[in-house]
Design a protein around this ligand. Sequence first.
Ligand code: SAM
Length: 244
Amino acid sequence: MNSETSTENIDILRNGLVSFGINPDEIMLDRFEKYREILVEYNKVMNLTGITEQKEVYIKHFLDSVAILKEGYIKDNMSVIDVGTGAGFPGFPYKICNPTLKLTLLDSLNKRINFLKAVGEGLEFEDIEYVHGRAEDIAKDKNHREKYDISTARAVANLPVLLELCVPYVKIGGFFICLKGPNVDKELSEAKKAMNILGVEMVEKIDVSLPDEELNHNILVFKKIKKTPNKYPRKAGTPAKSPL
Ligand code: SAM
């Protein structure tokens, strides 16, 4: 049993947001809590997350997702695609913190897309695009290929695979931003070839510390410097089977 009260948890969320350069108002805090309630409700009938307790959701899903916002890459009105968004992380927390973002949420599981639509409706966001499909397939669509200022992902694949799934969405000059756990350095050393082929260079690795969390979290930022060759991503399943 967690001993914190809801008010204490809301303070953890509020203070965490402030530490990431966000100025939370009541609408923002209400939206985060409403999102958690919908998540917990849908999680009873579909597999969305193992984390449902209020404090844990606030820290491990919400604050973990928005830590990048203070770095200034994601600016007002930018187009952002969250690849393999699952239950909406990190995309929805970005949108809650900055409603001006043009957000696209992409996942290969249709059930999850239905859940995401329910969250979007519940939070009264009318301008989110929900895309059901494999990242490898949707990246071939001219409405999505090299159309985004930012592509982002958390917990979807190892870095060489993830780069192939996500970089094709980014415009030249835009950024691919991913959240990574403790194996980040090993993944980075394995991703050099993929970075070269797909047309990105690494900008920075940012260490993130979260309240009450001992695990090391990292954010990787890559800048798109040239066009991704048309043959990438390869057909669905190939990037994971045979990483670049
Ligand atoms: N990003 C979320 C998070 O951090 O909680 C979800 C992570 S979950 C472990 C991975 C998600 O990626 C799943 O929802 C899965 O359906 C989706 N996914 C995996 N491979 C994909 C692909 N090739 N194209 C689209 N979605 C994919």
